[in-house]
Design a protein around this ligand. Structure first.
Ligand SMILES: Cc1cc2nc3c(=O)[nH]c(=O)nc-3n(C[C@H](O)[C@H](O)[C@H](O)COP(=O)(O)O)c2cc1C
Length: 365
């Protein structure tokens, strides 16, 4: 991956951001409640990318434990030399709202661990949490980068102009797990956001359905600073997905995923903003919810299926990219492979521009 401390000179956009994060590959592993583990997050970082621990629905004690495990794995790999922790933590805005007074304690757990970044998603009142992080930074003299995930141009403008995000994550409709049912496809969304933001605006990352370096190269060419991947990292030995969940992803095709509220209902995770649903594998669980089966019956069947590893009635969040994933690959290797693919595709694309010069085009009469 090269000797230099920060080898990302692919594009100038976002260069500073990647160097601040101390990473070499413009790839971020999304915070994935139910999908991430400390092991996954650390392996992505050791591979040269950046990764977020999901705070999800967890409490402070659990988050502290995850952070401690992360630090210990990075230390034993010789990668944690400072008080900073080379990962981020992802928070749901609506969940922090629900936590009320407990929200600051959750943020403190991340900030006291010295994480390099904090990710906020799915909240309309994120300003106060951003403010809290900024105040903490003023007191400690640290800089914690704030990522805000958005699903529309208006949300991007709010994230930049009102909340002063350091990085905007543009999540398209293809994304696995929770997302907005009104989001355009990621390529359109990134393009629209880049057109709407002023030239000195923060870097924009693309998210949703991205699984390979060619796609990331496409987003870099569009003007994004990098990409956020979730589903691709579920198919690693380090993810929290069970064997049956991974097997269901491996046999999925382009018709297998659906956006639905069924997953949250079945899991009993209520409180989501109304237009936030989730993408996952369409199975009997989804059909039962669509057919108005009693929630208690669905939840009983889900518990039973989870216990016995029956994937046709489990919650399996997945993005549209799952259709083209056919192997389980170690997370470090995924990041390295993505890096090679990005470079190869950008070089190949550049040659398209050089080749035509050799062609002599005769002027028409
Ligand atoms: C299993 C799973 C869990 C997720 N959990 C979270 C989460 O805790 N917080 C969040 O902001 N986004 C979450 N997401 C969405 C990701 O942030 C990201 O936008 C998405 O994974 C990108 O799409 P992809 O999965 O197609 O790569 C989750 C996605 C998946 C697949």
């Amino acid at each position: 991956m090269g000797e230099s401390k920060c080898s990302i000179d692919l594009v100038n956009t976002g260069l500073k951001m990647w160097c601040t994060l101390g990473i070499q590959v413009p790839v971020v592993c999304a915070p994935m409640a139910t999908g991430s583990t400390a092991k996954l997050v650390t392996q992505v970082v050791l591979g040269g990318g950046f990764a977020f621990i999901p705070a999800g629905y967890e409490n402070v004690r659990h988050l502290r434990e995850e952070l401690a495990t992360t630090r210990s794995i990075l230390s034993s790999s010789g990668q944690s030399h400072s008080l900073r922790l080379a990962v981020g933590v992802g928070f749901y805005g609506w969940k922090l709202d629900q936590d009320g007074d407990g929200a600051n304690a959750m943020l403190d757990a991340a900030l006291q661990a010295g994480v390099r970044a904090i990710w906020f998603s799915f909240g309309s009142e994120l300003g106060k949490y951003v403010e809290y992080v900024r105040e903490s930074d003023t007191n400690t003299g640290r800089k914690t980068l704030i990522f805000i995930q958005v699903n529309s141009v208006d949300e991007a403008l709010k994230a930049v102009n009102e909340w002063h995000a350091d990085i905007v994550v543009a999540q398209g409709i293809e994304a696995g797990g929770p997302g907005a049912n009104y989001a355009p496809p990621a390529f359109n969304l990134v393009s629209s956001i880049l057109s709407a933001l002023p030239p000195n605006a923060p870097p924009v990352l693309a998210a949703g359905g991205i699984i390979n370096g060619a796609q990331i190269a496409g987003f870099l060419a569009l003007g994004a600073a990098g990409a956020v991947l979730g589903t691709r990292f579920l198919l690693t030995p380090e993810s929290a997905y069970t064997g049956p969940q991974k097997a269901a992803l491996l046999i999925s095709d382009s018709t297998s995923t659906v956006r639905s509220h069924a997953f949250a209902h079945a899991r009993g995770t209520f409180g989501w903003p109304g237009n936030i649903d989730a993408r996952g594998i369409r199975n009997k669980l989804v059909e039962d919810i669509e057919n108005d089966e009693e929630l208690s019956v669905v939840q009983e069947r889900l518990a039973d299926a989870t216990k016995h590893g029956m994937s046709d009635y489990m919650v399996i969040y997945a993005g549209t990219g799952a259709a083209d994933l056919h192997d389980i690959v170690e997370a470090q290797d995924v990041v390295k492979e993505l890096y090679r693919e990005i470079i190869a595709r950008l070089r190949a694309t550049q040659s398209i521009l050089i080749e035509p010069k050799k062609v002599v085009i005769e002027p028409e009469d």
